[in-house]
Unconditional design. Structure first.
Length: 131
């Protein structure tokens, strides 16, 4: 699962961030045993099995780092104001993605993944307009 979520991207900046969002949502949309196990174990790590927490903490750190790198690249390319707190925005984006994954596991018909992708992409592409 980790390789799917943080694999190298050809794109940079906001394009890379949009691709990462797409990859993550495609992964969560799947009904494979790997997908189900990942989300189930993530839930277990937060509850009755804290020994799993370190593995998920590392996966979360890597995903947040990848998002932050995309934001930093976007700043260097002039796509994004470099003075925004990239780490905080990365945490918000990862939180959105994790929340969507959990909602889809609880009730797969509760969200249209294509609509979610479109709206998260809209948020990503509007980041430069924050003021």
């Amino acid at each position: 699962a980790k390789a799917v979520l943080v694999r190298p991207l050809k794109e940079t900046g906001l394009e890379a961030l949009a691709r990462l969002v797409t990859n993550y949502l495609d992964f969560t949309r799947g009904n494979s045993s790997v997908n189900r196990a990942y989300v189930a174990l993530l839930s277990e790590a937060m509850g009755p099995h804290p020994e799993l927490r370190s593995a998920f903490r590392e996966a979360d750190t890597q995903l947040r780092r990848k998002v932050r790198q995309c934001l930093e690249q976007a700043g260097k390319k002039g796509e994004f104001d470099r003075y925004y707190a990239a780490n905080a925005i990365a945490g918000i984006i990862v939180g959105m993605l994790r929340g969507v994954a959990l909602q889809l596991r609880l009730n797969p018909k509760s969200l249209d993944v294509d609509e979610v992708r479109t709206e998260i992409h809209r948020i990503v592409w509007h980041l430069p307009n924050l003021s």
